[in-house]
Design a protein around this ligand. Structure first.
Ligand code: RTP
Length: 147
């Protein structure tokens, strides 16, 4: 089953959006596989965003991510990588449609509330980076008619 890495960024935590965001993913029908509230070191944030290290906004992005606790999560479900990105909305809040998380809650690209893996491959890398302890399995205990 497909998994994706979702992070509620420091502004999302500080604005009290954790419950709403988790609720959206749960109600859609995805499963929460792992979750932790953590404040990461600068070197860790630089590793997470290594692909963007040449961008002019890289320094500010790293400052933002280390500025407070984030909620790191792994969500599981059919097509969760692409559907998760749709639920999150476009990177620039000015282009993210109402109904999406950024469309509903953000106005600044530099404070856009949430991150979601952009492909199955980057999801695997990000999950390994954020959850080196591994993930537990609990869905096998569920009734098969619950989806
Ligand atoms: P994310 O990785 O956070 O899910 O965002 P994304 O794929 O939608 O966008 P990406 O291009 O990977 O950019 C990562 C994050 O960098 C910040 N950003 N700031 N100041 C700017 O012009 C600018 N552009 C991007 C955003 O926080 C974006 O989510």
């Amino acid at each position: 089953m497909e998994t994706t890495f979702i992070m509620i960024k420091p502004d999302g935590v500080q604005r009290g959006l954790i419950g709403d965001i988790i609720s959206r993913f749960e109600k859609k029908g995805f499963y929460l596989k792992a979750m932790k509230l953590i404040t990461v070191e600068r070197s860790f944030a630089e590793k997470h965003y290594a692909d963007l290290s040449s961008k002019p906004f890289f320094g500010g992005l790293v400052e933002y991510i280390v500025s407070g606790p984030v909620v790191a999560m792994v969500w599981e479900g059919k097509g969760v990588v692409a559907t998760g990105r749709l639920m999150i909305g476009a990177t620039k809040p000015s282009e993210s449609v109402p109904g999406s998380i950024r469309g509903d809650y953000a106005v600044e690209v530099g404070r856009n509330v949430i991150h979601g893996s952009d492909s199955v491959g980057s999801a695997q890398k990000e999950i390994a980076l954020w959850f080196p302890e591994g993930l537990s399995e609990w869905r096998s205990e569920m009734h098969p008619w619950i989806y």
